[in-house]
Design a binder for this molecule. Structure first.
Ligand code: ADP
Ligand code: MG
Length: 251
């Protein structure tokens, strides 16, 4: 059975714009998939729909996690089943420190027992991510630099250990040093866990550090091509044009 199986998924935004139109997508345990596609093709929409964001309405199709349809579950219920979404644009949560957030999340996941080693685990991860320990007492994403926001996503991966990690442009806005740190954090997570990882990205550069087994192109509401990393090379050479039909939409 697949970890994630998406069948014929149709998704609208709240203003009834049709974004995903019959998308099929599968991720197995332990696999890293890269999801690429032109701007506005619906990559974030797909990630939000799987995580259960209320702004996106599924009008048809199913999203199965270990065989169970999760579409009727609330976002927090999906999270407790192991779905994790790293936002393309992480939001600030004033008044909630990184430390409190992570502790509460562990409790909400029913993993209080991990709190006794929390400090130690966090300390090791902060060192790997080259973050100062004072980071833990700052409010979530408040005044964070682009690099700090993305490092926080990787810290969450390491502590919360989701089963399915959807990383939405976790490479965007990073300088090359930060990119290496963030990418190796994701790579380490992928190797140490049995999780399925979906990397939504625009650029080959992330994929120089995290090696996906599968690469997919999302365009016009569907996965229009799947392959291995040679597909990324083809994209870098030829762009998306080839993967997008130019048929005019009927009025
Ligand atoms: P990508 O992540 O591939 O760049 P998105 O999923 O963010 O694409 O967006 C797909 C399309 O849906 C875009 O045209 C975008 O403007 C539109 N869209 C996304 N979210 C919303 C929303 N909440 N309300 C209205 N339109 C949206
Ligand atoms: Mg996006």
């Amino acid at each position: 059975m697949d970890l994630l199986e998406i069948n014929n998924l149709w998704v609208n935004t709240h203003d009834n714009k049709e974004i995903l139109k019959g998308l099929n997508f599968k991720v197995n345990k332990g696999e890293v998939h890269a999801l690429m596609g032109p701007n506005g093709s619906g990559k974030s929409t797909l990630a939000f729909a799987v995580a259960g964001h209320p702004k996106y309405t599924v009008t048809k199709g199913e999203v199965l996690l270990n065989g169970e349809n999760i579409l009727n579950l609330k976002p927090h219920q999906r999270a407790s089943k192991g779905v994790f979404l790293a936002f393309q644009y992480p939001v600030a949560i004033p008044g909630v420190t990184v430390s409190n957030f992570l502790r509460h999340a562990l409790k909400a996941l029913g993993r209080e027992s991990e709190l006794k080693d929390f400090r130690k685990t966090v300390k090791a991860k902060l060192a790997e991510l080259k973050i100062d320990e004072s980071f833990m007492s700052r409010n979530i994403n408040e005044g964070f630099s682009g690099g700090e926001k993305k490092r926080l996503e990787v810290l969450q991966l390491a502590i919360l250990k989701p089963k399915l990690a959807l990383m939405d442009e976790t490479d965007s806005g990073l300088d090359i040093d930060a990119l290496k740190i963030v990418a190796s954090g994701i790579e380490r997570f992928a190797q140490e866990s049995e999780a399925g990882v979906v990397l939504i990205t625009h650029y080959q550069r992330l994929l120089n550090f995290v090696k996906p087994r599968f690469v997919h192109i999302l365009a016009e509401g569907k996965i229009v091509a799947s392959g291995d990393t040679r597909l990324v090379e083809q994209l870098e050479r030829e762009g998306y044009e080839k993967f997008v039909t130019k048929a005019p939409t009927p009025a």
